[in-house]
Design a protein around this ligand. Structure first.
Ligand code: BDR
Ligand code: CA
Length: 313
């Protein structure tokens, strides 16, 4: 069976994605990356979420900064700890001694091969591609939450995970690995508001009540920063292609990462035109597709499935 690795920076929605994935799939390992907070916080939060759910999955810490080497400030959405709003149990497990990049490379060498659910900046994956030139060729797939066909969140056009490390995203999108890009254009439609959080709390159970508290905080931040009446379950959407593929519709398209633009750096430029002729005078042909780009989503069904998973722990 293909090894499935979750690469993440928990984060409220990463935390929900870990439980959603673990409930439905065999997760081989988790690698962590800076992003919503420091690498240390991501790693601690991943271990705490596993402890809460009594899951035994090895956690490997990866990169603490983008490929360019400049540290990034923690994101604004997830609070001081990266997972504010509830007290999670102290992890009884420690991170694995091996580095997350080496772990990714090692799993890719196994007979079963490996696929990655990527929920944070793409730095770990790009670094593995830089260190081992045959890593990409061995990867079966990457299902990632990142980018957008429309608006951004970090900037008007750039989504947070891509904006953290556009150079890494560029490497990943050029790598030739089959990619499912589940971006903001759809993940913003998968939201939990007050009514959903109340329903989650009413489910009872340890994880459900902790997640209801976490989502209260996340909803408040989403409201105060973006004026939203719901908090988006972005990251669980990257698990959906493996669990309930029928809930998301895709278009195959070429996605380029904007690295230069003064106003558009880190934008995912998705060519959804499908222009086949390359001998036109004023219209450039579409380049060969490098990703399945999510364009439609069944939001309330996804929320229901994610809550079912949380309620099971
Ligand atoms: C992404 O950024 C983070 O805040 C979330 O965890 C998600 O991965 C959404 O833009
Ligand atoms: Ca994330």
């Amino acid at each position: 069976m293909t090894n499935i690795i979750i690469d993440c920076d928990p984060g409220h929605d990463d935390a929900a994605a870990i439980l959603y994935a673990a409930h439905n799939l065999n997760i081989t390992a988790i690698t962590t990356v800076y992003g919503n907070n420091s690498l240390q916080a991501s790693t601690q939060n991943a271990l705490a979420v596993l402890e809460l759910a009594k899951l035994r999955i090895p956690v490997f810490a990866g990169e603490d900064r983008p490929l360019c080497g400049n540290e990034r400030l923690p994101g604004d959405l997830h609070g001081k700890s990266g997972l504010d709003g509830a007290v999670l149990p102290e992890p009884s497990a420690a991170p694995q001694p091996e580095n997350g990049i080496d772990a990714l490379i090692e799993y890719s060498l196994s007979d079963e091969g490996c696929g990655i659910i990527a929920l944070g900046p793409l730095t770990n994956i790009a670094r593995a591609m830089q260190l081992d030139s045959s890593f990409a060729g061995r990867m079966k797939w990457i299902s990632l939450m990142g980018g957008s066909t429309t608006v951004g969140n970090s900037t008007a056009v750039a989504e947070f995970n891509i904006h953290c490390d556009p150079e890494a995203a560029d490497i990943v999108f050029r790598s030739g690995v089959p990619i499912k890009m589940v971006g903001l254009n759809v993940t913003r439609q998968v939201g939990v508001g007050e009514a959903e959080i109340a329903a989650l709390r009413a489910m009872g159970g340890t994880a459900a009540s902790v997640f209801a508290d976490l989502f209260d905080f996340y909803l408040e931040r989403s409201r105060s920063i973006f004026g939203l009446t719901h908090a988006s379950l972005h990251d669980p959407c990257a698990v959906v292609p493996l669990v309930k593929p029928e809930l998301i519709t895709y278009r195959d398209a070429h996605v380029a990462i904007e690295l230069i633009g003064e106003h558009t750096r880190a934008m995912t430029v998705c060519d959804l035109r499908n222009v086949r002729l390359d001998n036109l005078q004023t219209i450039t042909a579409s380049r060969k597709s490098n990703a399945d780009v999510a364009v439609e989503v069944r939001g309330s069904d996804i929320v229901r499935h994610v809550f079912e998973a949380i309620g099971a722990f």
